[in-house]
Design a binder for this molecule. Structure first.
Ligand code: F6P
Length: 327
């Protein structure tokens, strides 16, 4: 159990994710409910270092639950990698008597929080917010559901034109280190192949299966590729395909940042609200340096350190399902 928390800061860091605003709202309102002063920190760790911090009231978070992006803005802050940057951040919090910090972000942001809380006396609580869903110890991260639904909607549209023209489409979705968006959106749209960073794909096998499909006149084939797959993304995959399938009509579509925007889904608003609430509860109960995750629909507090040390795994069984269903 730690010291009593009276004044907290909240920030969003790394790539934004739909639902972050709902989490900020939950933190601010739960904090105020407990009689805490809540301070919003702009642009993640960057604003912490630059002392870009302001007091938030209940009304500050009115009318944001349905909005994508983050009202606190976000950044990937290089300065926070260095001790000097983190010291500046700590001094700013200290001067303002802020004695608890809530970080909404992904594994990179959590890595920063681990360093920070090891070096300085500042209770930190993480909230898992990333479209990539690549945080160990939680079934959900804020933004994944919206992003994957955006991808599915886009791929469905592409399928209409792909089907009309008898084409092979290679669609690249986000995920530098994680293939969950590719896997979920690929299965949901009936992809023939899904390429993810976590598993080594055999391009020769994929080409032979496409050649076999070409022979039996199955010319419409959807390949979903995570941006961080072993081949270097959709454009690289297309180069290989073009050489080996000269007759095929092949097109590429990179969905890109469209997946990060838009109004959060009901699920993302819900988990963001629950996680925001529990993050403040955790600080109130003196449970520090953990992040709030959901496992089997129950809230869990997982040491921040565990989140950054462990990597998620893509189940081989899911890939087997893809193969069987795509025949
Ligand atoms: O936040 C996660 C993510 O969207 C990844 O899927 C992607 O690789 C990366 O961020 C892109 O980051 P940026 O917007 O900084 O280019």
């Amino acid at each position: 159990m730690g010291k009593k928390v009276t004044r907290i800061g909240v920030l969003t860091s790394g790539g934004d994710a739909p639902g972050m605003n709902a989490a900020i709202r939950a933190v601010v309102r739960t904090g105020i409910y407990h009689g805490l002063e809540v301070h919003g920190i702009m642009r993640g760790y960057q604003g912490l270092i630059e002392d870009d911090i302001y007091r938030m009231e209940s009304r500050s978070v009115a009318n944001i639950i349905q909005r994508g992006g983050t009202m606190l803005k976000t950044a990937r802050c290089k300065e926070f990698y260095d001790y000097d940057g983190r010291k500046k951040a700590y001094d700013n919090l200290k001067r303002r008597d802020i004695n608890g910090l809530i970080i909404i972000g992904g594994d990179g942001s959590f890595r920063g929080a681990v360093e920070f809380s090891n070096e300085f006396d500042m209770p930190c609580i993480g909230i898992a917010g990333t479209i990539d869903k690549d945080i160990y110890g939680t079934d959900f991260t804020i933004g994944f559901d919206t992003a994957v639904n955006t991808a599915v909607e886009a791929i469905d549209k592409i399928r209409d034109t792909m089907d009309s023209h008898d084409r092979i489409f290679i669609i690249e979705v986000m995920g530098r280190d994680a293939g969950y968006i590719a896997l979920h959106s690929g299965i949901a749209t009936g992809a023939e192949n899904i390429l993810v960073p976590e598993l080594k794909s055999n391009i020769d096998d994929i080409v032979s299966s496409l050649q076999e499909k070409e022979r039996r006149k199955k010319l419409v084939n959807l390949i979903v590729v995570a941006e961080g797959d072993g081949f270097g993304g959709a454009v690289e995959v297309q180069k290989v395909f073009k050489k080996k399938l000269p007759k095929a009509e092949i097109r590429v579509c990179i969905l890109g940042h469209i997946q990060r925007g838009g109004s959060p889904s009901c699920l993302d608003r819900l988990i963001a609200s629950r996680m925001g609430y529990h993050a403040v509860e955790s600080l109130m109960e003196g449970r520090y340096n953990v992040f709030v995750g959901i496992l089997n629909n129950k809230m869990h507090y997982i040491p921040l350190e565990n989140a950054v040390k462990n990597k998620g795994k893509i189940s081989e069984e899911w890939m087997k399902i893809v193969k069987i269903l795509a025949s």
